[in-house]
Write a protein that binds this ligand. Structure first.
Ligand code: SAH
Length: 252
């Protein structure tokens, strides 16, 4: 059996308890070595076969899994953050279904959550934004036409860009064609939760320059939106003394 496991954003103790238990029973571990912290491999038992998928094709990953199945051991497939975002897991799940190899999926802490935690930020502030757009700049992987960054920027809501830290001149220009302004708060979070973490707060107008001056070109997220302004939001209804909920009677 194959267990897809979200490795979390980097820090070894941001793996879930379930993920750690699955690793402890694995006979084979295939980890995305470009972004998964190798310290997580310490949770795997001695004698476990370890592969770094950064150097492998899908076909080679599947062959490693078949070898593990033939040896009668479970495989843990470790993906950075949560596997459901830019994880290339669908093609693996579909191939395993075709091969008749069972699998399951254990979520992890995505880097966009770790970035907000590092900044002390909430994406969904009442009166500011109640939506988060998770997207990327088109690179070698194209983005469908309807998801062009300028079109998405017309909403002016909270936004996180993955896989785009090397393309910030273009990100900045396209976002400025939408509802954001040069003064819209922005942040670049490099290696969230790793010891090398960098938090670069800036504005959309200074986004590309800020990253260039800090030498950040990869392994970073870009966060944009007024949720990063300190203030300007409304208090929640949920914890308002006058608001009645199913659990609490409000008092005027
Ligand atoms: N599934 C992952 C994303 C994989 S795509 C997740 O849920 O986080 C790889 C991209 O994720 C990187 O280019 C970078 O934009 C982002 N990323 C992954 N880990 C990161 C981290 N610790 N800090 C900042 N960005 C990270």
């Amino acid at each position: 059996m194959v267990h897809f496991v979200g490795a979390g954003p980097g820090a070894a103790d941001l793996l879930t308890v379930r993920g750690m238990r699955l690793l402890a029973r694995a006979g084979c571990v295939i980890y995305a070595g470009s972004l998964v912290n190798p310290a997580l491999l310490a949770y795997a038992p001695a004698g476990c076969t370890v592969y770094n998928s950064a150097e492998m094709t899908l076909e080679q990953v599947l062959q490693a899994i078949r070898d593990a199945e033939a040896a009668g051991v479970d495989t843990v497939r470790l993906h950075t953050g949560d596997p459901c975002l830019y994880g290339a897991i669908q093609e693996q799940m579909d191939a395993l279904d075709a091969l008749g190899i069972p699998w399951d999926d254990t979520p992890g802490v995505s880097s966009f959550c770790a970035a907000a935690a590092a900044l002390g930020a909430e994406y969904t502030l009442p009166g500011v934004s109640q939506s988060l757009i998770i997207t990327r700049m088109a690179g070698r992987t194209p983005v469908p036409a309807g998801e062009d960054l300028t079109a998405l920027a017309s909403h002016g809501c909270s936004m996180v860009l993955f896989l785009s830290a090397g393309l910030l001149d273009e990100v900045q220009a396209r976002l400025l064609q939408g509802a954001y302004t040069p003064d819209t708060p922005a942040a670049i979070v490099y290696k969230a939760s790793w010891p090398q973490q960098k938090l670069l707060r800036c504005t959309l107008g200074t986004l590309a320059r800020t990253a260039a001056e800090a030498g950040v070109r990869s392994t970073a997220l870009v966060l944009v939106g007024d949720f990063l302004a300190q203030g300007g939001y409304q208090r929640s209804k949920l914890y308002d003394p006058a608001f009645t909920t199913g659990f609490r009677e409000g008092k005027a």
